[in-house]
Design a protein. Structure first.
Length: 166
């Protein structure tokens, strides 16, 4: 049977960067607050001008929190991607080939997990879960349907390569 690759972590690359990227905006805001506090400029906010010590603590806390959150978000998502990609490349991934059964699509209006099985291997995923593995649900244009012949390469519960029959 001929298969067409619809997802491969190796060619897809690191896609979870969009989860950590908004943290950069908060880092910029925190840096601006720290710069304002350091220059001792007055602002149109009464609380900020009348409480310089509290304003300084808030500005530095805001900046530090933004940096720590962004680093943790980036490191955790990139670590998952790099470990899945390395396992895929070194051949430690499992492969199951067969027909999709027990397919339960994610509703178009909800944030539920989409589920399906191929032989004894079952998978669940959602567009709303940050992951480096396959997570494109059928309600958002994903390829999985009941009875579809597929070949799934997976590590743990993450799909690292998905092929569908042509």
């Amino acid at each position: 049977m001929q298969y067409r690759v619809v997802f491969d972590i190796t060619s897809a690359g690191y896609q979870s960067w969009s989860f950590a990227a908004p943290g950069l905006i908060f880092i910029a805001v925190g840096a601006l607050l720290v710069a304002i506090v350091a220059s001792q400029k007055t602002l149109p906010f009464p609380w900020w001008s009348t409480r310089p010590a509290a304003s300084k603590v808030f500005a530095y806390f805001f900046l530090c929190f933004a940096v720590v959150w962004t680093l943790i978000a980036f490191c955790s998502t990139y670590r998952e991607y790099s470990s899945l990609d390395a396992a895929r490349r070194n051949g430690s991934a499992k492969v199951v080939e067969g027909v999709v059964t027990n397919f339960k699509p994610m509703p178009a209006t909800g944030h539920a997990m989409e589920r399906f099985c191929v032989l004894a291997a079952c998978f669940e995923y959602s567009d709303y879960v940050v992951t480096s593995g396959f997570n494109n649900t059928s309600s958002h244009g994903g390829p999985i349907r009941e009875g579809l012949p597929v070949r799934v390469t997976y590590i743990g519960d993450s799909i690292v390569k998905l092929e569908v029959a042509e």
